[in-house]
Design a protein around this ligand. Structure first.
Ligand code: PMP
Length: 399
């Protein structure tokens, strides 16, 4: 018997585990459609020009690395608020938004979950079925019972909105409902603005706690357009939570840049909420890192760099769209009988392709094409060099 005799081997993380298998694969033409990372047409993670320029200025300053405030630097937090709610937002003017830097979107979700848990509401957290793998883990680790709401309809490959409404209406008061603000991961299927209005009404009537996860702002239709759900919640007068991730939109994955915003009912409430949120952060990691947030704030707060970033974000968005269109066309040209036009309707980096676990396994074994066993493929990892191989392989496996 040693101290660790009873420690069981945990299963590998489904996404990072898949990447390990991909890295070990010796085939030169292997393709990783598993991980949620945007790559260029050359298959590389881009370093955005806007980021590079901000970074060069920052490095040239050779500034000392003191601690930043527990909640992160003010210029960053304010820029996050303006991105979410608009520069002229009444919520911001009224002091009703509390924002703290998070260690990526994941860290933002976690400090939000920890904060809600400390409210002692004795209610579960609800995640969409299906959802990004880590939602369940984050809320369970924070001590929540995690339940699911109906979301995806495998037949229509769109949202089962009636099912979603039914689930939400059945939840007890104070249930935290984790909602994908745009570009639903993993399905790529989003609800419409009219449906968001309905969701907000249910949240209000049933006293649910909305927690919007915004990990892909700018990847569907544009920065403003993709903020539509957040803006509707802002108008509703409700208190709610938003986690922002800049991993994708700034291509800053490893820098771990994110933020949690909590919308309160008054400035006075905000002061109390922030004081408790700071305690959550202080006992987790004390205060956030400097570099990523400094770059992000520099870009967002400089009109020139911001314009450059918006153009680069638009390029990423357009490239993903063109890959969606190309995949649909090439699958048809390769002779697939199924209608894949739903891929063009889906938004963001992912598509629920409809491939079964067995078909995904064959793609991996026979072709060196890696996807999640759920059939989720990362469309943002397709490029003009690998798309023919992918379309041909999928067509062969479906034949
Ligand atoms: N939420 C969703 C829906 C995501 O897809 C991701 C990233 N895959 C995150 C949150 C977390 O992002 P980050 O890498 O910034 O922690």
């Amino acid at each position: 018997m040693t101290l660790f005799t009873s420690v069981q081997l945990a299963p590998k993380d489904p996404i990072f585990g898949l990447t390990e298998a991909y890295v070990a694969d010796q085939r030169a033409d292997k393709v990783n459609l598993g991980v949620g990372v945007y790559t260029t047409d050359e298959g590389k993670i881009p370093l955005l020009q806007a980021v590079m320029q901000a970074e060069e200025t920052l490095v040239a300053k050779h500034a000392p690395r003191g601690y930043v405030p527990i909640e992160g630097p003010n210029p960053f937090n304010l820029a996050v608020q303006q991105l979410l709610f608009g520069a002229d937002s009444d919520l911001i003017k009224e002091g009703r938004v509390v924002t703290a830097e998070g260690i990526g979107g994941t860290g933002a979700l976690r400090i939000g979950a920890d904060f809600i848990k400390r409210l002692n509401l004795n209610a579960p957290a609800a995640i969409s079925n299906p959802t990004w793998e880590n939602h369940r883990g984050i809320f369970e680790s924070a001590g929540f019972e995690v339940i699911e709401y109906t979301y995806f309809d495998g037949n229509t490959r769109g949202v089962d909105f009636a099912g979603m409404v039914k689930s939400l209406e059945s939840f007890p008061a104070n249930t935290t409902v984790v909602l994908h603000a745009c570009c639903h991961n993993p399905t790529g299927a989003d609800i419409t603005e009219a449906q968001w209005v309905q969701v907000i009404e249910i949240c209000k009537a049933k006293k649910l706690i909305p927690f919007l996860d915004m990990a892909y702002q700018g990847f569907a239709d544009g920065i403003e357009q993709d903020g539509a759900a957040v803006r509707l919640f802002a108008k509703s007068g409700m208190s709610f939570f938003v986690s922002s991730s800049f991993s994708k939109s700034f291509s800053l994955y490893g820098e771990r840049v994110g933020a949690l915003s909590i919308i309160t009912e008054s400035k006075e409430e905000s002061t109390r909420v922030m004081s408790q949120l700071k305690r959550v952060i202080r006992t987790n990691y004390s205060n956030p890192p400097t570099h990523g947030a400094a770059i992000t704030a520099a870009v967002l707060n400089s009109p020139e760099l911001r314009k450059l970033w918006e153009d680069e974000l638009a390029q990423m968005r357009e490239r993903i769209k063109s890959m969606r269109e190309a995949l649909v066309t090439k699958l048809a040209a390769a002779g697939t009988k199924q209608d894949f036009s739903f891929i063009n309707e889906q938004r963001g980096m992912f598509s629920y392709s409809g491939l079964s676990p067995e078909q995904v396994e064959r793609l991996q074994k026979e072709d060196g094409i890696y996807a999640l066993s759920t059939g989720r493929i990362c469309v943002a990892a397709l490029n003009t060099k690998n798309i023919d191989k992918v379309a041909t392989a999928i067509a062969r496996i479906l034949a």
